[in-house]
Write a protein that binds this ligand. Sequence first.
Ligand SMILES: Cc1cc2nc3c(=O)[nH]c(=O)nc-3n(C[C@H](O)[C@H](O)[C@H](O)COP(=O)(O)O)c2cc1C
Ligand code: SF4
Length: 440
Amino acid sequence: MSRPLVVTRRMVDHPTDSHTLDRYQETGGYEMARRSLDMTRDEIVETVKSANLLGRGGAAFSAGLKWSFLAPDRPAYVVVNADESEPGTFKDRQLLERDPHQLIEGLIITSWANEANHAFIYIRGEYPKPARRVQQAVDEAYAAGYLGEGIFGTDFDLEVTVHLGGGAYICGEETAMINSLEGLRGEPRLKPPYFPAAKGLYMKPTIVNNVETICNVPHVLAMGAEDFKGIAHPEDTGTFLLSLSGHVNEPGNYELPHGLTWREIIYDVAGGIRDGNELKTWIPGGASAPWFVPSLHLDMPLTKQATADAGSMIGSGAVVVMDETTCVVRAALRLVRFFAHESCGECTPCREGAPWLEMMLTRIENGQGRPVDFDVILDVSDGISIGLEWPPKMTTICALGPSAVSPIISLRDHFGDEVVAHIEGGGCPFGRVEEEEVVA
Ligand SMILES: Cc1cc2nc3c(=O)[nH]c(=O)nc-3n(C[C@H](O)[C@H](O)[C@H](O)COP(=O)(O)O)c2cc1C
Ligand code: SF4
């Protein structure tokens, strides 16, 4: 299948040296950044807005629209979200490691468009090689005069700071990331009033965008809004990186046009299910997203709207495929345990509720579940995310709490009989579970 490549084109064509400045410049790199400095802020924001470049970090919010909300107070800042900690997500890592100059070029344009003279790249602490590559590229860009004072011979100054996180998932949430950059605990801020574009880093207007979003910016300007929109789907424009993992024959990162069906993605792109097994379920957009099942969703197109209409989200583009050999209670337990562990503890429903969900699922998986337990699990979940729907009605400050509830919604909607089988059968029908596997 021939597919349009935008952000991975260079690493596909030049797999050995796509990360170097020489290769970047030889393939047209930094031309768009140079040209963008002759454009006005409004021209750039309008182009990105009308291209409908959607954020690739989770919420799929229009980047141009976000930029247009930037408050007039100055200085303004830009923060690249390279925290990438959502289980199953590994796309930004590839962009950071294999084409760091593309990110820097996007960052120059984004900073110019948002009148920022200081930008930050916040990389998760467990990404040492991507962080080294990005720092090296930043150093090269400074040496070439593409960063620092008077870049490209203009009077625009741009400092870029590469910052490594301490390994907390919550620091991927934009306001927790801002707290962390300020040296505070990585805890989310209330929105409103602390929408970053209004009151962000050091209480100044701040644009936070995902790595992949920023990497698309030079291409949007180079192609123009109409051509960018023409790549694939008219609403979900451009391409997107999908991290495909789990029980597929060919896991990996794939740059794809929006609008393919799940059948095409799982069977054509990812080579189908291992050992000829049946597909049981899949997580369509990162661990926070409610799951899909073949009987309802296989021929549905992967777009923001179709996914939302079906009660889930495209999220961070991480697809985890599970075949018929999977115990869904155990899979849900693993995910809930992750969120319980990563809860920052700031608000009670998440801090207290997520560990309760973990404990009760552990009990069911271990064969000590009582008939009333699933109702109690649903009740505790409702205390975190009222109505148990997606998008969630949250009782919490950030979306991590409801993310812990997504696997529960998935069990309730598609696998209630398996939960009952665990409870009535005195344990996991898929076999014995090692103690350390299910006890936190
Ligand atoms: C708990 C939590 C974790 C998040 N982790 C990430 C992350 O690792 N990377 C990311 O880009 N966005 C993450 N987000 C979304 C960010 O808050 C923010 O919406 C995003 O960086 C905006 O960029 P975009 O508009 O380009 O997608 C997370 C959100 C939440 C609630
Ligand atoms: S929902 Fe959880 S992670 Fe988010 S602020 Fe509340 S306690 Fe922290």
